[in-house]
Design a protein around this ligand. Sequence first.
Ligand code: FE2
Length: 199
Amino acid sequence: MLDNNNYEVLCLYTEALSCALKHRDAHTQLHSQRIVLLSEELGKSCSLSENEIFILKIASCLHDIGKIGIPDNILLKQGKHNPEEWEIMKSHSTKGADIVKKLPINNTELISNIVRHHHEHYDGCGYPDKLSGENIPIMARIISVTDSYDAMTDTRPYHPAKTHKKAIEILNDEKGNKSDPYVLNKFLSRIETSSYRVE
Ligand SMILES: [Fe+2]
């Protein structure tokens, strides 16, 4: 998929973009770093190959890179978004896919596609393309689960951090509608003994 030179160059570009995100929105960059760890663990549980795990980690690191293109009054808003703001907020997935696609190396199409689809739902009610089931790339389905867990167990401007128990309860409720049951089951059995499990 990628030759050795491309691996190295891709890592360097990813670090640079992650640094740009840190300066724009440090909270999202820290969240993305945790997603890399959770996704790597879940990717292994889902029996992804070494090469796929590498791609998954890059995509996890960059999944929210499109947020650098969201205006401050929306990105950093301390309350609920109105419908108009929410539409702009949602555009981070397509903006991120555009950014990744521009990286001057081969095969960024795959990573761009994962970034584009990380908010699709298994039942087809997500965005931006309302993909459903296995039409959603497996790595995007993995990021969707790790993203949900980390977002729920982290303090956000619009909600306090939820406990592990509460987050698992919500994830279970989302099985089959938001989340891929196969991926979610793998996550649920792995997270209990994971060092990334919160209290
Ligand atoms: Fe996102």
